[in-house]
Design a protein around this ligand. Sequence first.
Ligand SMILES: [Zn+2]
Length: 175
Amino acid sequence: MESAVDREFQIKHCVTCDSPLPTLVVGGSGPVREWECLNCGATYLARLSPTAPHDLRDRVKPAHYFPEHRGAATKVRIKDLEQELRRHPRKPLMMSVPAMQLDYDHFPVGDEFSVLTRNLSASGIAIIHTKPLVGKLALLIELPEIGHVQLLLRIVRCKQVGQLYEMGGAFFDRR
Ligand SMILES: [Zn+2]
């Protein structure tokens, strides 16, 4: 029987514009993300190979951190979000939302996991998780009247609360 691994192949150059890309693996198993060629805008549903040349990372960007929601994921500028939240303040809401750890290039690291959101305000958000989180995260939050919104945040504080950790995050826009 043919295994999934047999059907995967590697893309090292954009099939549209031929510019070099960090190695993207299409097919096979494992979670895929949507990557966008920054030269021409072509998109690939693929995994970034762990052996992809590091100096090519600036040739692509992850188009969505939550591919299964990519039809619904709206990206908003932080200043627009702040305006919206000032106009329509949210009651403290506690809900489970998908999260993704990001590295310094804003590339996703590891698998999606869930966090509890607590307060969403114009200045940021509080999240609760079973482990302390550091660095940058992407979250997918559903806002009434807007729908799913993909937000990037930088963890600015962390404190232990019983067996859980509460982190404060400040929103930022990706370059
Ligand atoms: Zn291209």
